[in-house]
Ligand binder design. Sequence first.
Ligand SMILES: [Zn+2]
Ligand SMILES: [Zn+2]
Length: 145
Amino acid sequence: MTLEEFKGILRKYNFRVTGQRILVFETLKENENSHLKIEKIYQKAYKKDNNIGIATIYRTLDLFLSLGIVQKTSIEGTYYYELMSNKMDHYHHHLICKNCKKIIEVDSDLLKSVEEKVKEKYDFIVENHELIFYGLCKKCRERNE
Ligand SMILES: [Zn+2]
Ligand SMILES: [Zn+2]
């Protein structure tokens, strides 16, 4: 998602494009491939502008969540945020290594056949889903051998 696309989403839903919203967006954009806790996002945003407070970060992330700008994932009770990826049309999934806590992205296409089966069996249209797989990554398995 580019800055222009981001501004377009805000305008489309009648939210003002403010400096603080841009700041939070840019912070997420610079860390596009990581999953950040609120505190981390706050620290990084604060480095750019020390007028920003953590309450603003919370409010802004809630807004971004409701507009589909960010994806929020709960891992063992902690929430992680990341910018919604443009290559995936809805939420992607995560593999979490129990040992090194590494987070690996999984393409949502893997679940297409499951969604089709749900439709068939329960006559239910899936619009979204959240799924986390816990296990051990290759590195950690090799270390244990
Ligand atoms: Zn690992
Ligand atoms: Zn992710």
